[in-house]
Write a protein that binds this ligand. Structure first.
Ligand SMILES: Nc1ncnc2c1ncn2[C@@H]1O[C@H](COP(=O)(O)OP(=O)(O)OP(=O)(O)O)[C@@H](O)[C@H]1O
Ligand SMILES: [Mg+2]
Length: 499
């Protein structure tokens, strides 16, 4: 079978009379081996991302990307002729008039400029929440207990109101819960509640609740077989770096947990582009970085390619960097010792090319030019090439408000997420219990039997996975004596939701 690949650009030639340009391509079969787009500001990272994303789309691969500056929304619109762009197309033997937009869905955590993206508190899990709330170890422990109590008592944790209610409940029952779950100090609960309040004020409350994002909505194709480009509108979200980072980590873990194992597919199931990726790791505890590293490593056999976009490769942990096989390095400055080190790090990651010095080239690259090395079908990295990146056929720059509105109005997801649903969950159930208890105390004998242990279905069934169970069990062993029964069940639940 012919190996399908997407065009990246063509090699810059030093010959006076260049022959036919040498094309640089990315094998679709190897696109799930992840990638990195790096370079100083204004060097062309976003345009490279856009060109890659639309090529994936036209090969039937759906894409998810973050639009941090609002300048990728033009991917939904047709581009227009520009001498520099047309020159690159003709050098690659491509038609100069093939302008078209891509099937696009806009998503927005704040629910304004796209379909709302939501997760339930229970799906986010204590580990990511603790990071989001910037909790210390003791506070994280209490959050974990609150999740375990909710699990054991059949209380659904959907939105922040539920989380607040369960924390209050746990604090109120501290002495009864101590033997089973451990110590819960009122002061720590108070500290968590205060953090929750400021999180709510930051606008994150929009993110928690139902209907939760159904990941299959990210995997759509249009009726001509092109993959949808899912744009996370992140200009406002990016102003809250912790929320932004948590949303991306949550998304990664959701995909990891829900997609089936398929090995190396002929082309990816989905490709993710995480812009400003350094934020995902900033101030992250070692344990979390280790988990991200693990998820990135394992998710490729679910057919998902993850492409990180950041200024310098040195912004990412080595363990993650080592897994990014498809490299696009735009220009870097090297004035300060720190910048010089970043250039060395960047250069070291490439398979060298005898015809030029990578370290020198990194400083000389023009806008829209990058050092590119991709993973070949035989599994070896290609020799690094100084590459003129193929510009997108969609518009470089933003879509107008009216254009966005038209895209949203035509989206297959319109109407699915727009209305929030407030199900009976921890907040309502605890209120109801309090009411019943009060009536009982007042001697109303007709009050129904307490429904404390009644099992309640979870927000969404989760398939426990063999691999994850194995990992969780080993983690459990390492947790040793600290692990009570409830903790054990929770740890098996999920990699990120280590409760
Ligand atoms: N491959 C390309 N073909 C044509 N023009 C390009 C190409 N790449 C970049 N440009 C031009 O350079 C400008 C800046 O590129 P881009 O926005 O991608 O930079 P960036 O690296 O993402 O910067 P920042 O870090 O500030 O986000 C674009 O608006 C476009 O005009
Ligand atoms: Mg950019």
């Amino acid at each position: 079978m012919q190996d399908e690949s997407i065009p990246i650009g063509y090699v810059r030639s030093n010959a006076a009379e260049p022959a036919a340009p040498q094309l640089v391509e990315l094998s679709l079969k190897r696109a799930n081996r992840h990638g990195l787009i790096a370079g100083a500001t204004g060097t062309g990272k976003t345009v490279t991302l856009q060109a890659l994303a639309e090529s994936f789309s036209s090969h039937g691969v759906p894409v998810f990307l973050c639009d941090v500056k609002g300048d990728v929304s033009g991917i939904s619109q047709a581009g227009k002729s520009h001498p520099k762009i047309t020159e690159r197309f003709s050098a690659m033997g491509l038609p100069g008039d093939a302008w078209r937009g891509n099937p696009t869905q806009f998503w927005d955590v704040y629910g304004k400029a796209g379909h709302p993206v939501r997760a339930t508190v229970s799906d986010m899990g204590p580990l990511l929440l603790a990071r989001l709330l910037n909790l210390n170890e003791t506070q994280e422990g209490i959050l974990t207990i609150a999740f375990a109590v909710a699990d054991d008592q059949g209380l659904l944790l959907l939105d922040l109101q539920d989380l607040r209610a369960i924390l209050q409940h746990v604090a109120g029952q501290a002495s009864e819960l101590r033997t089973l779950y451990g110590n819960v100090s009122a002061a720590s609960v108070g500290a968590i509640q205060r953090r929750l309040l400021s999180l709510e004020r930051s606008g994150a409350r929009h993110f928690f609740g139902e209907p939760m994002l159904d990941l299959t909505d990210f995997l759509r194709r249009d009726d001509t077989g092109r993959g949808f480009v899912n744009v996370l509108v992140a200009d406002q979200l990016y102003q809250e770096p912790a929320v932004y980072a948590t949303v991306l980590l949550w998304l990664l873990s959701e995909l990891f947990e829900n997609l089936p194992e398929i090995g190396d597919p002929e082309k990816p199931v989905l490709v993710l582009f995480f812009d400003e990726a350094h934020l995902m790791f900033k101030n992250a505890p070692r344990a979390l970085i280790d988990k991200v590293e693990q998820v990135v490593r394992l998710i490729r056999s679910k057919g998902v390619g993850v492409y990180f976009i950041t200024q310098s490769p040195a912004d990412l942990p080595d363990s993650v960097l080592a897994q990014l096989a498809n490299r696009f390095q735009h220009a870097l400055r090297a004035y300060t010792p720190r910048e010089q080190k970043a250039v060395r790090v960047a250069a070291e990651t490439f398979r060298s090319n005898p015809s030029f010095s990578v370290t020198e080239a990194i400083g000389e690259l023009g806008v829209g030019e990058a050092l590119v090395s991709t993973l070949q079908r035989n599994g070896a990295p290609s020799m690094v090439e100084r590459t003129f990146i193929k510009p997108p056929v969609s518009r470089i720059g933003p879509a107008t408000k009216a254009e966005r509105a038209a895209v949203i109005a035509a989206s297959p997801c319109l109407g699915v997420y727009e209305q929030t649903v407030d199900r009976n969950s921890a907040f309502e159930m605890l209120q109801q219990r309090a009411g019943e208890a009060a009536r009982e105390a007042a001697g109303h004998r007709q009050s129904p039997a307490r429904t404390l242990k009644k099992p309640v279905p979870r927000a969404r069934g989760r398939q426990r996975q063999g691999l994850m169970e194995a990992f969780a069990k080993s983690m459990l062993r390492s947790l040793g004596s600290r692990a009570g029964r409830s903790l054990a069940r929770g740890v098996l639940g999920s990699l990120f939701k280590g409760r």
